[in-house]
Write a protein that binds this ligand. Structure first.
Ligand SMILES: Cc1ncc(COP(=O)(O)O)c(C=O)c1O
Length: 407
């Protein structure tokens, strides 16, 4: 079944907002529009439930219940237990806390593997473990294609490696990495796995239970939700790593790696993401039961629409000799996060695109290591055009036309 794009766009108030009319949004990898279900819950929380949650009076009971609901429903969609999912201020902060836990957990002489394809959030905090005598090995991308080859990983794995960190999909290369295969290789070598899913999750929540990593991170504010980081921590690893929260919360898995007090309203409003996915599933006559089956249906629905819109964009840029497309030119292999290296500063070109009603960004997108490894000057940066399932064909046509004008 094809995605009903009119239905989809009705769920996002930004598409009805007068000041945004005529503006085609192509900086979704930076942060998506927010669905109405999330905005409604946020408003309701602030107007009706803005009290200390989990106390024995009605407004407080409702506040706490809604926070629990958010955790339970998103965890169910992702195929994990509800206490294996927690919220933190951002993915960067969540990774930082995890790195502190591993700092205490690992012994000098043990090793971790990081990539140079990642956003800095899933590489910098891990690399700092070198200060504690942890050996940091870099799994390098191919300088031409940006591809992370699992064969290269195999050569880095041995019995000293305790953790492998990599992105489900890079925010500049766009290629979808084979998480199941990489996880299996790492686990076979006795290493845990931490996946940055920030650039993948907006294109369909994955079933983390099936994929297999021990940690999976994404950012709700790029996935139609409020400004929160979401972290899946599988039970076995969560019990081994030292508690980073208050000592009296040590027995509660979803509190062990979130030392900051949670943003109650935003956690509660995150349940609106599940409302939205459910609405999509029901509207398109998806399975009526089973959260993971419903999540998979929505994932595939979004993905099919995105792949269909993405291929013409890739075709329009891949043969041009005035730019370099980073990552694969086949839509099925990548997310619709398209970085283009140009022969002038990317921000300048993004500003010119704004004159054509295109909202896009230019820069290094905190992926300077990947750009450098591919021979792209991070100061000049890349033009990044990124979209999600709520983008329509007319907007992609408009982008292709605008690119023709400014390049
Ligand atoms: C791939 C990727 N990972 C991690 C992050 C960091 O996420 P947050 O802003 O929630 O810290 C970003 C943000 O742009 C990203 O694109």
């Amino acid at each position: 079944m094809a995605l009903d794009i009119d239905f989809v766009r009705r769920q996002f108030p930004a598409f009805q907002e007068p000041s945004l009319q005529g503006q085609a949004f192509f900086e979704n990898a930076g942060g998506s529009y927010t669905c109405g279900q999330v905005i409604d819950r946020l408003t309701r929380y602030y107007t009706q439930r803005k009290v200390q949650p989990y106390a024995p009076y009605e407004a407080s009971r409702l506040a706490g219940a809604e926070m629990d609901e958010a955790r339970q429903r998103i965890a169910a969609l992702m195929g994990v237990e509800s206490d294996e999912l927690s919220f933190g201020p951002s993915t960067t902060q969540n990774t930082y806390v995890l790195a502190q836990a591993f700092r205490q957990f690992l012994q000098p002489g043990e090793a971790i593997i990081v990539t140079n394809q990642d956003h800095e959030a899933n590489t910098g905090p891990w690399r700092r473990l070198a200060d504690e005598g942890i050996e940091v090995r870099e799994w390098e991308i191919d300088p031409q294609t940006g591809h992370l080859d699992p064969i290269r990983l195999e050569a880095l794995l041995d019995d000293k490696v305790r953790l492998v960190c990599f992105p489900h999909c890079s925010n500049v290369v766009g290629e979808i990495n084979p998480v199941t295969e990489i996880t299996a290789l790492s686990h076979a070598a006795g290493a845990f796995v931490c996946v940055d899913g920030v650039s993948y999750a907006p294109h369909g929540l994955p079933n983390v239970g099936d994929l297999g990593p021990d940690i999976y991170l994404f950012s709700a504010y790029k996935t139609f939700g409020p400004h929160q980081g979401v972290m899946v921590m599988r039970r076995e690893l969560g019990a081994l790593l030292p508690n980073q929260g208050h000592f009296f919360n040590a027995d509660c898995l979803y509190k062990r790696f979130t030392p900051a007090g949670p943003d109650h309203a935003q956690v509660a409003a995150s349940a609106g993401m599940a409302d939205y996915f459910d609405a999509l599933c029901d509207h398109h006559s998806g399975p009526s039961e089973g959260a993971t089956a419903r999540g998979a249906f929505v994932h595939d629905l979004m993905r099919a629409h995105e792949v269909e819109l993405l291929q013409p964009l890739l075709d329009a840029v891949k043969e041009r000799n005035d730019l370099r497309l980073l990552g694969p030119s086949e839509a099925a292999r990548r997310a619709p996060t398209v970085a283009l290296a140009l022969n002038r500063p990317a921000l300048e070109v993004a500003a010119e695109l704004a004159n054509f009603g295109i909202m896009a960004g230019g820069g290094d997108f905190y992926a300077g290591r990947a750009l450098k490894a591919m021979g792209v000057d991070p100061d000049q940066g890349v033009l990044r055009v990124s979209f999600t399932h709520y983008t329509c064909k007319g907007e992609v046509d408009k982008l292709i036309n605008a690119l023709d004008q400014v390049l």
